[in-house]
Ligand binder design. Structure first.
Ligand SMILES: [Zn+2]
Length: 228
């Protein structure tokens, strides 16, 4: 009986939040849409995950960002690498070296990362903004490392983005391949960017992970949680 009462009390809180009987700030409400400016908390990953199966919720989240995008039609289910709930991103407050295709959770994570990690790191280290992100692509219908066998890469579902470098407002370029090994401001910036990316993406692999990643940060929203 006592256990039953405890369970009822534990259940009553979430139900009251869900029904709207108790007002809590959106960032503490698992059913509220994600806001790009919300500081990351333990609900963020859950909210990002929900966006993949709910394109409407995705559009709501992106409305809080400056991301410019178009919705890509889902590909037929019998395609070798079917794309579902995928957007083509043209830019945001930063220019992109080219537009990229990505799943909604990747786009929203990118928008949060840009605002909450990338720009603050650039301001902290250089006192200026990042104006362009140079990337190596997002969608590629292939296995991991392009092997002929094994599991499909997160790139096969456009659930990943490879970032190779950044350009600052004064024209300076920062490049993962060239600048990661150093110990100057560029290297310090790249480490802050990598650590910040880990708060927003599920998987972050960079030069510290292996030689295949010496020239880029691989960012994805797959189920593997790792930050290297
Ligand atoms: Zn990658």
């Amino acid at each position: 009986m006592r256990l039953l009462i405890i369970l009822l009390v534990l259940a009553a809180g979430p139900v009251a939040v869900w029904r709207g009987w108790i007002e809590v700030p959106d960032r503490w409400n698992p059913w509220a849409p994600l806001d790009i400016a919300e500081p990351v908390n333990f609900l963020t990953r859950y909210k990002l995950g929900r966006l993949q199966s709910d394109p409407q919720l995705c559009v709501q989240a992106l409305a809080t960002s400056s991301v410019r995008y178009s919705v890509q039609a889902d590909s037929p289910a019998d395609a070798k690498c079917p794309l579902v709930n995928v957007l083509r991103v043209q830019g945001s407050d930063v220019r992109l070296s080219s537009s990229f295709l990505a799943t909604c959770p990747v786009v929203v994570a990118f928008a949060m990362f840009e605002r909450q990690a990338l720009q603050p790191a650039a301001q902290a280290v250089f006192g200026q903004a990042v104006t362009q992100v140079d990337h190596l692509g997002s969608f590629a219908c292939r296995n991991i490392y392009g092997r002929s066998e094994g599991r499909l890469s997160q790139h096969a579902t456009a659930n990943a983005l490879d970032i190779a470098g950044f350009r600052l407002a004064d024209g300076r370029r920062i490049n993962v391949l060239k600048d990661w090994p150093g110990d100057d401001a560029n290297a310090r910036f790249l480490r802050q960017v990598r650590d910040g990316a880990c708060k927003h993406f599920n998987t972050v692999l960079g030069p510290e992970y292996n030689a295949a990643h010496r020239n880029h940060f691989h960012l994805d929203m797959g189920g593997w949680s790792v930050c290297r």
